[in-house]
Design a protein around this ligand. Structure first.
Ligand SMILES: NC(=O)C1=CN([C@@H]2O[C@H](COP(=O)(O)OP(=O)(O)OC[C@H]3O[C@@H](n4cnc5c(N)ncnc54)[C@H](OP(=O)(O)O)[C@@H]3O)[C@@H](O)[C@H]2O)C=CC1
Ligand SMILES: CC(=O)N[C@@H](CCC(=O)OP(=O)(O)O)C(=O)O
Length: 346
């Protein structure tokens, strides 16, 4: 059994880790980390876990936890993981960080976009970006995995085959993204109050969202080019889900059928990426509660652009599910272990 500690187990991403790992046959949660609910029963905070989880929350003590746990998930705000990590911890356990602390290789870029001083820049080089579909071999050997961001995961997997094949002008890329409010976490914020979100839709972080450099960096590795994109997220009145619609100018003379066969060849072995049938547009409801990313494309011959679409559950493939997928790889398990989550509908 893999012994798992979760720091931030009372947040939305942490709670989703608890939900998934509770059903994982090879893993056992030994530490429900929380500062605010120390010594309280986890199931008193999340009553959906009544008679399922019979454990109390514990304040984090990384030195002790690192000795007891085989892997620690940090489902904590930006800056936390970088503030606690050290060689002693990493020589005792593995870390899967759900925050952005180790996703961006250039420390100045991280500090500029996150407005935070990075407290452990020495570990950035070692961290493996935990996008299993592209970094499988590195993840298997990693001690520290930077779990990708939710918008970057959905954006990247929707665009990756065309970036890799050099079929679109990367500088022409525009990503329009939408997210449910669980993406903003459980902390009380005026922007996420019912009256602010319900019956409403708005763009935010326009031209300045912190996921922009993460998407650019990962797509630059795929395309082998440096470029700048437009990325505009929107907050929509639903609990879960991310929808991406991306636009790029075609720079090769290819047909839609050829593009479809490229996607099919990239994703035919990828269990969690479902390339949909022609004309079927991805929907957040079709992936809710699951680790799937649904992807499709359309070619607009009138404008010579390809339109790339993706849908995903931000808390599963966008956070906890991807984290567990990484854990499975790091411990030599079947990548799908514990992730046979059938999407719920309606
Ligand atoms: N929500 C989402 O869809 C996604 C989230 N993520 C990332 O996952 C991480 C957690 O996000 P999310 O669950 O949404 O956030 P929440 O605000 O819902 O949860 C944050 C958790 O961190 C704990 N916490 C807060 N401050 C500290 C601190 N200083 N030290 C230790 N623990 C702290 C809180 O618990 P307590 O006060 O009980 O200790 C809480 O459990 C973030 O880095 C986020 O960017 C990534 C992808 C998607
Ligand atoms: C709706 C909403 O507010 N979403 C969050 C992104 C989700 C998240 O937690 O960011 P990471 O994936 O980088 O961890 C935001 O825009 O900041």
């Amino acid at each position: 059994m893999i012994k798992v500690g979760i720091i931030g187990s009372t947040g939305y991403a942490g709670a989703e880790l608890v939900r998934i790992l509770t059903n994982h046959k090879e893993a056992e949660i030994i530490w429900y980390g929380s500062r605010s609910y120390k010594d309280e029963y986890y199931a008193d905070i999340y009553q959906n876990m009544f008679q399922i989880v019979d454990a109390k929350c514990m304040d984090e003590n990384m030195e002790v936890l690192a000795k007891e746990a085989d892997v620690i998930f940090t489902a904590t705000p930006q800056g936390y993981c970088a503030s606690i990590i050290n060689e002693t911890i990493l020589s005792n356990t593995k870390i899967i960080d759900l925050s952005a602390d180790f996703r961006i290789k250039d420390v100045d870029t991280y500090e500029k976009w996150y407005q935070l001083k990075h407290e452990s820049p020495d570990f950035i080089k070692e961290a493996v970006y935990g996008l299993c579909e592209v970094n499988r071999d590195g993840i298997k050997k990693a001690r520290l995995v930077a779990n990708p961001g939710c918008y970057p995961t959905c954006s990247f997997l929707s665009i990756y085959p065309l970036a890799k094949e050099g079929i679109i002008d990367m500088n022409s890329l525009i990503i329009d993204a939408k997210s449910g409010t669980s993406g903003a976490g459980r902390g009380a914020k005026i922007d996420n109050l019912f009256c602010e979100v319900n019956e409403n839709i708005k763009a935010y972080g326009v031209g300045s969202h912190r996921h922009t450099p993460e998407i650019e960096e990962q797509l630059s590795y795929a395309s082998n080019k440096k470029f700048a994109i437009n990325f505009t997220p929107h907050l929509v009145p639903m609990n879960r889900g991310i929808l991406i619609t991306a636009y790029g100018n075609l720079i090769k003379d290819v047909t839609k059928e050829e593009i479809r066969s490229i996607y099919e060849s990239y994703y035919k072995e990828e269990h969690f990426v479902r390339f949909l049938k022609d004309k079927v547009t991805p929907q957040t409801k079709w992936v809710e509660g699951s680790n799937f990313v649904d992807v499709n494309i359309e070619v607009d011959t009138r404008t010579n652009r390809v339109i790339m679409m993706g849908a995903m559950d931000n808390l599963v493939k966008g956070a906890a599910g991807q984290g567990v997928q990484n854990m499975n790889l790091m411990f030599g398990l079947d990548e799908q272990c514990g992730l046979d989550l059938v999407p719920m509908f309606p």
